[in-house]
Structures are given as C-alpha cells and as structure tokens.
Design a protein around this ligand. Structure first.
Ligand code: PLP
Length: 460
C-alpha cells in the first residue's frame, strides 16, 4: 500500500528535498514522506488536504496540543518584545524557575536551561563528572537506553546506533534493562525476586570506576519499558550507598508524559540531576537541567564581582561563571513558552487527563490483543504506550514488516502512528488527546491491523 500515491504536493516537496538532504533523517519519514501543513490539538493536516489523528505527538513535544492558543499567544506577545539577550535576568525566567522548583522531588534543586535533549544530557554528564573523583570517571547506563546523538550523549549509549566507540577504559558499564516481557536473565515476571536489581547492584558495587548512573526512568526509544516495582528501591539505595550520582534522563518522560510531572515520582528516587523535557515548551525547542545545588552552583560566584580564574581553568568547571550557559538557553521566547505551558498544565489538570486517556487506550489495545495474536504485549504509563507486534507469541520474534505496513495503512486511513525497528508501535499522542479522538483512533488502528492480520476471537 502506498498512501503517497495521491499526495501530489507531498511528492513534489519530497522530490525537491531528497537531492539536498542527509540520509540520516528518520526512517519513518523516508517510508512515508508526507508533508504536514498545520495542526490543531491532536489533529494534523497535510499539504494535500488529508486529516490525521496524531499518535506521534510531534515526537513527544506536543504536550498541550499542537498550536495551543494560550502558548501561541504568549510566544507571539514575546516575539514583539525581545528574542534573545543572553542570560540577563528576566521576570519570566524567575517565574519559570519558581514554578519548576515547586515540582521538583525536593527543595534542593537549581536550574540551567538548554535547547535540545542531547545538549542537556551532556550538560548533566559534565556537571556530574566534574563532581566525582577522577578515579570514578566511568558511567553506567542501560544497554537499550537512548540519550541523544551528540558525541557527549553518545558516550552513554551502547547499542542503538551501532556499538559504543569509546576506548575500553571510558566505555560505559552496560546494564541490561529490566524488561519483564523479555527478561534478559531468563526469569518470569512475579517469581524472579527482582533478580535484575540484585545483578545490577552487584555490578555497580564491583566496579569502583563507576561514578555516575545515567538512566531513563521509562525506556522510550528502546521500547517503552518500565522497571518492575521495587527495582529502583534496591538499585537507587545501592547508588546512594556507593556515592554514585544518579542522572534521570526525563527528556521523553518529563512534563507529564507518563501522568506525573516527572516519571521518577513513581519510583520515589531523588536523582542528583534531571534532564527534561521535550514537552516543556509545548513544542517550542527548550529544555531544562535541574540539579542538586552543590552540583550546579557555587554560591561564592554570585558574591564576587570578578572571576580570578583564567579562562582555560574556568571552562572545565561547570559551576564557574560562563561555564554552563549556551547561546539560546533560557531565551525569552523559550521562557514565555514554558511559563504558558505550565499555565495550561494547571488549567487542564493535565496529569489526571493523561491518566484517563491513557487508561482508555491501554484498555482498547488489550481488547484488540485478545483477538489478534500479532500483538505480543501491551504496556505503558500515562500517554507513553507501547504495542509490541510479534510473529509468534511464544518465540516473540519481532514483526518488523507488519509494523511498517501498519504504519502506512494507518496513515492512509487518517492515523499517524510511530513504529520502531523492533516492531513496537509507540503511542505518544499530544497530552490533550481527547477521549473521543482516542476512541476513533483505536478503531482505525484495529481495522488496519485486521486488514493485515487475521483476527480470531480467543481469550488468552
Ligand atoms: C530519553 C532521551 N534523551 C535524549 C534525547 C535527545 O534529545 P534531542 O533529540 O532533543 O537531542 C531523546 C530524544 O528522543 C530522548 O528520548
């Protein structure tokens, strides 16, 4: 099926782009290069006039709905006043920090602002590694984790883009994600005694070169997995005992994506640093780094008038003046977008809404899975859901081709989904997805899957 056949304008635009574009763009775009023209809340329109319900959520950025009018008005008002003045104080930044501070796991956090997730993760790594002993310069991270594509964030990525290319003494300690659908230790959910947490605690204990553990509270790109209950109690306590700094990468999970402002709220761990979040500015490019005061701040800097250190020394130290700022970080437009996004989160009681719509979708997928063997697993938190397609429920072999066909067919029927190379459908609509549209989208998903895969009524 080629849903692009009738899309003359999209084809024309793609034809003009291809000769000039890096081939490193997202695979799904290459399979289906639809050009989108505009969007409203959870609905997208392409340049050829077709309408789509959106389960991709602008790659998890559309937290208050596409083109949220309140956020758009705040950005437009700021557009006529000031775009960038680099790090000078602003009433909006003060207000944003006050509001974010109220949402942190404790009072002990201060902030720095960045533009992309990779940059923010890198800043977190730099702040953490500047604070641990040189003998503990190595990072631990999950094998299936994703933290960005810049050189620094890739330091912690093991497998998603080929192998980790650092010299062995810098390579991260690899911990297999505690994925209960395919337990890396061959155990069964419920009867394993949290074997994964024991293995990981022992690995962290055994390797005294580890000073930092960077993790996604819920694995996003790596397949939408959460650790089993109790895992973080054990592993978090081990890290605290060993003095290993915890960096939560909440680039995908933060800003209510999983139903709470931060996903770590589910696990009751207080990370030392938190990088967040795609949805923080409703799609306006902006991110925040929150960190414990002693990691991000040297109070004496604010007390002295000039800085005695030479430039070369200063820049190695995250807390020295000028050492952690960036050109666009915290710019007035970004601050206006965050402030208005936080208004909308409150007005819409977004956490409750996310949990309600997420529950409808989860129930819908579970129901569809009863009739369709190609669905091996349904899981997720809030509006970060995963539907895993398999060739066989026993072998759990990934149904990659089916996932691609489903992606194309859903698009042809007015639903934009996101699938990965492991055959997993990632369901991440705008957080303002309506219950009515969720029901409509489920029906499109069900009928497209039924066209590709035989459905039988059974109850397993
Ligand atoms: C968990 C996580 N960390 C970091 C990143 C990188 O963010 P960016 O693409 O904005 O650099 C992503 C992007 O998807 C992500 O999901």
């Amino acid at each position: 099926m080629d849903p692009l056949q009738t899309k003359h304008r999209s084809r024309e635009i793609w034809g003009a782009e291809v000769p000039l574009l890096s081939s490193g763009i997202t695979s799904l775009t290459r399979y289906l290069p639809i050009s989108f023209d505009r969007a409203e809340n959870d609905v997208l329109y392409d340049v050829d006039g077709a309408r789509y319900l959106d389960w991709s959520g602008g790659t998890l950025t559309a937290s208050t709905g596409h083109c949220n009018p309140h956020v758009a008005a705040a950005i437009k008002a700021q557009l006529d006043r000031l775009w960038n003045i680099h790090d000078h104080p602003s009433a909006t930044r003060a207000n944003v920090m006050r509001r974010l501070h109220e949402r942190m796991p404790s009072d002990d956090y201060v902030f720095q602002f960045y533009t992309t997730g990779s940059e923010t993760v890198e800043a977190a790594l730099r702040a953490a590694l500047a604070s641990v002993s040189i003998r503990r310069h190595r990072i631990a991270s999950f094998v299936e984790g994703y933290h960005g594509k810049t050189k620094g964030s890739l330091m912690a990525v093991h497998a998603l883009f080929g192998r980790n290319v650092q010299p062995a003494h810098l390579a991260p300690l690899a911990l297999a994600f505690p994925n209960c659908y395919r337990c890396p230790y061959g155990k069964e959910r419920g009867s394993c005694g949290l074997h994964c947490a024991q293995v990981h605690s022992e690995a962290l204990e055994a390797d005294r070169s580890i000073g930092v553990f960077l993790f996604e509270p819920i694995l996003g790109t790596g397949g939408v997995h959460g650790a089993p209950d109790g895992y973080w109690d054990i592993v978090g306590a081990t890290c605290k005992r060993l003095g290993i700094l915890l960096i939560a990468d909440e680039v995908s999970t933060g800003a209510f994506r999983t139903g709470t402002f931060l996903a770590v709220e589910r696990f009751e761990i207080d990370p030392d640093l938190i990088a967040f979040a795609k949805g923080l500015g409703s799609g306006f490019p902006t991110m925040a780094l929150a960190g414990r005061r002693e990691l991000l701040r040297d109070s004496s800097v604010f007390e002295r008038e000039s800085d005695p250190l030479p430039e070369s020394v200063r820049l190695q130290n995250f807390r020295a003046p000028g050492s952690s700022s960036s050109t666009f970080g915290g710019n007035p437009l970004a601050m206006a977008a965050i402030d208005a996004t936080l208004d909308e989160f409150e007005r819409l009681e977004i956490g409750e809404h996310v949990n309600a719509v997420g529950a409808v979708l989860l129930a819908g997928f579970t129901e569809i899975a009863r009739a369709c063997d190609a669905i091996g697993d349904v899981r997720g938190y809030g509006l970060m859901l995963g539907v895993e397609l398999v060739k066989d429920r026993t072998t759990k072999e990934a149904a990659r081709d089916l996932a691609i066909e489903l992606y194309k067919r859903c698009a042809a029927h007015g639903l934009l989904i996101k699938v990965d190379a492991q055959g997993i459908v990632h369901v991440t609509p705008p957080l303002t997805h309506t219950i009515e549209h969720a029901a409509d989208a489920l029906e499109i998903f069900r009928s497209c899957l039924e066209q590709l895969q035989s459905f039988e009524g059974h109850d397993d």
